[in-house]
Design a binder for this molecule. Structure first.
Ligand code: ATP
Length: 423
């Protein structure tokens, strides 16, 4: 690791409306940023003057200033440059339009804007959501953040969708605080693995979050910000339309792709505002392996923490004390279906799984459902464990868990996602 004292220092003087971008690819590299004077923000979170902020391998960030500033950078990032062309002013204007709607909603005791951000992969959707959310809370709002990206989602771990009430800006080097998010198990890293189930979960999450919005006056006028995944063609597009309906979306921001923008203008109700926004030149494209690594990293952080180290527990669970299920079974031809059942029903069927070596390294979601009499697939989950050993002789699973034993509930749902615990 680069020693902070010995690390090279560079001062960057930024003019108004420009940003300092840097990336850290090298393993075990650390970069420290200090705002020496002026005002600056990182994806909507204001930096405090003279306070050092640390970034580690994998960081790809931009520090933007509306009025000019000087930033000291210590360390050796792979790339660091100042960009004068950024769409930040357009993003700020978009936020002002949302603020206008929130003010109106507040005065009329109505629901604030339900905003969805769409676009292909690597256009900065997650970053734009973060900017909108940060600006909203800085203005005293309490929006709900919904993340439907099962591949790179930021609320729980990959393979889930969820929602979170945002009450303060995201810390500079991390995502939003993870207190009490609402999370549903999906179990795959792409919506295409089980489109029917994905849509069912979107409807359920929409119903629950819209209800929660009504229950909290501040959240109600603040509205929602919905992040989506980058699959925008074919069934991916159908999921976008389904989300617009389910969440009663009032505004869609389309990043980068004019085709998608025109399709949405054509297909959504006139009452839904569709707005095109350019992507930032700073957004970094990720390769397939970087995406896989990012997924792995999120799971690792779930168990072991990122900046604050967490100490997960490892314990044995008897086969007899748990019930394991997966969602969906291979479809049967129509002629073989029991009377009254549709072929689609198979995709949302709860199928019992016998514990065995096939579960090794798999993530299991711990459902809040107390019994199978409840609608298990549409019940949110308490958290996740990872199977680190299967002992058929003793009939026990060894699991990695963020909480000490016992498990809060006994119904577990298997995810396709795996995690190799190398600690
Ligand atoms: N202006 C910028 N300068 C430098 N890096 C940026 C900038 N904007 C975004 N990034 C970085 O680019 C990467 C991709 O951005 P982001 O995750 O927002 O894209 P996305 O469209 O949500 O991706 P996905 O396809 O996974 O949904 C992130 O690591 C983010 O930190």
């Amino acid at each position: 690791m680069s020693d902070d004292k010995a690390a090279p220092k560079t001062d960057y003087k930024l003019e108004a409306d420009s940003e300092l971008r840097f990336e850290i690819e090298n393993k075990n590299e650390k970069v420290t940023i200090v705002l020496l004077n002026g005002q600056a923000e990182l994806f909507g979170t204001e930096l405090v003057v003279k306070k050092p902020y640390e970034f580690v391998t994998g960081a790809k960030v931009a520090i933007f200033t509306y009025h000019g500033c000087t930033i000291e950078l210590r360390g050796k990032p792979d790339v660091a440059y100042v960009a004068k062309e950024t769409p930040m002013v357009m993003y700020l204007n978009a936020n002002s339009a949302l603020e206008y709607l929130r003010n109106k909603a507040e005065q009329e005791d109505a629901q604030g804007p339900v905003v969805m951000v769409v676009g292909p992969t690597d256009v900065g959707k997650t970053t734009l959501c973060r900017i909108f959310l940060n600006y909203a809370v800085r203005l005293g709002r309490r929006p709900i953040y919904v993340d439907l990206d099962v591949g790179q989602g930021g609320i729980a771990i990959p393979g889930t969708i969820g929602a979170l009430l945002v009450e303060r800006p995201a810390p500079v080097a991390e995502g939003f605080s993870q207190q009490a998010p609402l999370v549903y198990h999906y179990g795959h890293s792409s919506p295409s693995s089980n489109s029917t189930f994905y849509d069912v979960l979107i409807s359920k999450l929409a119903e629950t979050t819209l209800e929660r919005l009504q229950a909290n006056k501040k959240a109600k006028s603040s509205g929602m910000i919905i992040n989506t995944c980058g699959w925008v063609k074919g069934s991916g597009y159908s999921h976008i339309l389904h989300t617009v309906e389910a969440f009663e979306v009032s505004a869609i921001f389309v990043l980068d792709q004019e085709r998608l923008y025109n399709e949405l203008l054509r297909d959504v109700k006139r009452t839904v505002q569709v707005v095109f926004l350019p992507k930032s030149g700073g957004v970094v494209e990720r390769t397939k392996s970087q995406r896989t690594e990012a997924r792995d990293q999120r799971i690792r952080e779930y168990f072991y923490g990122s900046k604050m180290p967490l100490f997960p527990h490892s314990f044995d669970v008897k086969f007899g004390d748990i019930k394991i299920f997966k969602v969906g079974s291979p479809p049967l031809p129509d002629s073989c279906l029991p009377l009254g059942m549709k072929a689609e029903d198979n995709y949302t069927k709860l199928v019992a799984v016998q514990p065995g070596p096939q579960l090794l390294h798999h993530i299991l979601a711990v459902s809040f459902a107390e019994s199978t009499d409840e609608n298990v697939i549409q019940t949110n989950v308490a958290g996740f464990i990872c199977v680190t050993n299967v002992n058929m002789e003793k009939q026990v699973l060894t699991v990695l868990s963020p909480q000490p034993r016992p498990l809060p509930q006994t119904i577990l749902l298997v995810s396709d996602l795996q995690f190799m615990d190398s600690h």
